[in-house]
Design a protein around this ligand. Structure first.
Ligand SMILES: [Zn+2]
Length: 265
């Protein structure tokens, strides 16, 4: 089945690497979820991993797609999400990154990625990264042609325990060279909720996690932010909804603040 976006772009909804949800959404925000899925075609044999590993945070961001879909609905925002596991190719990394096709994820070795030569690595990028990049880029360009300037919001979740250490940060608001939206969102969230909100934690640009922002938002000079939610806060539908409501308000507040700043320039 091919899903038409209504603005001249088609994304194959069933067999392509990118899915587009609510392409006609009226929000300024374009949501992106690069680690939405743990799906792997049969031929990869699960990369030699156990079922438990393939459903854990190393294969995807648990809860991130549900959160993205809820945000898409609350904000009436379009969402572009990856359809395959980041263990095949991490679409939030450029092809030259050592962890684009990870041999290790946290404490887990990935046997099916251990001995790939340059050709096999290039084939993974060709199959998963470039089509996703082109679909996202094409969609952003189409939105850039509309009167309303878009903003880019990427949605992730992180594991509560990493390398055996519990993490106390609950909501990470990450930015790269353009902090406008992150600062506005963090200010709003700190004022309205008791969650542990931090800027550029548990990861930051130094970890290479802002690739999508760098690739798609900074060159277009559109405001952008990466959101990281600790995945125990996304354990069920009610929790996902509570976080989505909080974030939707924060995104709207940030958009209003940035709009006000634009008018005062
Ligand atoms: Zn992620």
């Amino acid at each position: 089945m091919t899903v038409m976006s209504g603005i001249g772009m088609a994304i194959d909804g069933d067999s392509g690497v990118a899915s587009l949800v609510n392409p006609q959404g009226t929000s300024r925000a374009i949501l992106v979820c690069e680690h939405a899925s743990n799906l792997m075609p049969e031929r990869f044999g699960g990369l030699g991993l156990s079922k438990e590993q393939l459903t854990s945070h190393i294969a995807w961001d648990p809860g991130a797609l549900e959160l993205s879909l809820r945000l898409s609905s609350l904000l009436d925002a379009p969402l572009v999400h990856q359809r395959y596991s980041r263990l095949l190719y991490d679409c939030n990394r450029p092809p030259h990154a050592a962890d684009a096709v990870p041999r290790m994820s946290e404490i887990h070795e990935i046997p099916g990625n251990a001995d790939l030569d340059a050709e096999a690595l290039a084939a993974r990028a060709q199959a998963y990264y470039f089509p996703f990049r082109e679909a996202l880029s094409g969609f952003i360009d189409a939105r850039m042609a509309l009167p309303q300037v878009p903003v880019l919001v990427t949605v992730h979740s992180f594991t509560p325990v990493y390398f055996g250490k519990p993490r106390s940060v609950e909501i990470g608001i990450l930015h790269d060279a353009d902090p406008r939206m992150a600062l506005a969102m963090a200010d709003h969230l700190k004022a309205v909720c008791a969650h542990d909100i931090r800027l550029n934690e548990p990861y930051g640009p130094q970890d290479g996690v802002t690739h999508t922002l760098r690739e798609h938002a900074l060159p277009r000079a559109i405001a952008n932010v990466m959101i990281e939610i600790r995945n125990d806060l996304l354990a069920d539908a009610a929790s996902v909804n509570a976080i989505a409501v909080l974030l939707a308000d924060a995104i709207s507040a940030a958009n209003s603040r940035m709009e006000g700043e634009r008018q005062h320039v």
